[in-house]
Design a protein around this ligand. Structure first.
Ligand code: ZN
Length: 180
């Protein structure tokens, strides 16, 4: 079911979300949450979404990136749920992308993040998995996982002159790489 997106200013986006238990993964509530996340992500046009963004303060985020996306980056990550994720920074060299967020509609901001990360998480069955990622996918992972810890991309913009409305971004900003 498509849910309304919680926007910046809603306190749920500023809380650390609750870890879930393995028993929870067997519940109807969990299955429904996954459907709601996917429906809401697709409807609102995101490449990832975290549970707090649809009003559920649980440590669950989903990401789906296939082929060349509209940001000109080729990344392949089939629909994946990251449950109770932990992030490890493998290469602290930073890279910057213009980011956007369903919870901060109409804006774009240039954010520098670690170039390479390793995420350890539970899959849908509660089995531990890990994923190493670099480049654009590393940024997407950091953006989505930040949502589980009360952080928005705007918090990570170092130079606020690089925060722009979408229309002005389209008109004045040369860099094409950005994410929703
Ligand atoms: Zn976001």
């Amino acid at each position: 079911m498509i849910k309304a997106i919680c926007r910046m200013g809603n306190p749920i986006l500023r809380k650390t979300a609750q870890p879930v238990t393995k028993d929870y993964l067997k519940t109807e509530d969990f299955s429904q949450l996954l459907v709601d996340l996917k429906d809401s992500m697709n409807h609102h046009g995101g490449i990832g979404i975290a549970a707090p963004q649809i009003g559920v303060s649980k440590q669950i985020a989903i990401i789906e990136l296939m082929g060349f996306n509209r940001y000109g980056q080729e990344v392949n990550l089939p629909l994946t749920a990251f449950i109770n994720p932990k992030i490890e920074y493998i290469d602290l060299t930073v890279q910057g992308f213009w980011e956007g967020c369903l919870s901060v509609p109409g804006l774009r901001g240039f954010v520098e993040r670690a170039q390479k990360v390793k995420v350890t998480y539970w899959d849908l069955n509660g089995n531990e998995q890990s994923l190493e990622a670099e480049g654009f996918l590393a940024t997407v992972l950091q953006h989505e996982l930040d949502h589980l810890f009360g952080v928005l991309y705007v918090d990570r913009i170092k130079d606020l002159t690089l925060l722009s409305y979408q229309e002005e971004y389209n008109e004045f900003v040369i860099q094409k790489a950005s994410l929703d």
